[in-house]
Design a protein around this ligand. Structure first.
Ligand code: FES
Length: 135
């Protein structure tokens, strides 16, 4: 299967590989796995007082498309608000990287990872509404 040039570029020169301090209250961590293949992605964001993502890092133990998806996503979310970052769809990633149908789940992993990182940050910062209790 031929990877697109953009996938190869991100795979060979991944942006923002690394880790942020999980214990830092301004850091949100998302760790997700793809049941289809067992690949795992960790994505972290650092959020400033204005709710803007200042930094993003990832570590992906997975295929080239998953690495490229997470690399691209960390570039996209920097400078965005949490809501803007949460609105990014895996289809945008798949389109940008020209992923073939069998590799779509790799971009889903990236969407899941940023959503998990945002949820983790919100939970840590207490910004998340407590789950509504149903009587
Ligand atoms: Fe599973 Fe790419 S093959 S994340």
């Amino acid at each position: 299967m031929a990877y697109s040039d953009k996938v190869l570029d991100h795979y060979e020169n991944p942006r923002n590989v690394g880790s942020l301090d999980k214990a830092d209250p301004s850091v949100g961590t998302g760790m997700v796995g793809a049941p289809a293949c067992g690949d795992v992605m960790k994505l972290q964001i650092r959020v400033n007082a204005e709710g803007v993502i200042e930094d993003a890092k990832f570590k992906t133990y997975g295929c080239g498309s998953a690495i490229a998806s997470s690399s691209l996503l960390t570039e996209w979310v920097k400078g965005k608000t949490l809501d803007e970052a949460a609105a990014i769809k895996n289809t945008q990633i798949a389109e940008e990287l020209a992923l073939p149908p069998v590799k779509i789940h790799c971009s889903v992993l990236a969407e899941d990872a940023i959503k998990a990182a945002i949820a983790d940050f919100k939970q840590k910062s207490g910004a998340e509404e407590p789950a509504k209790k149903t009587a």
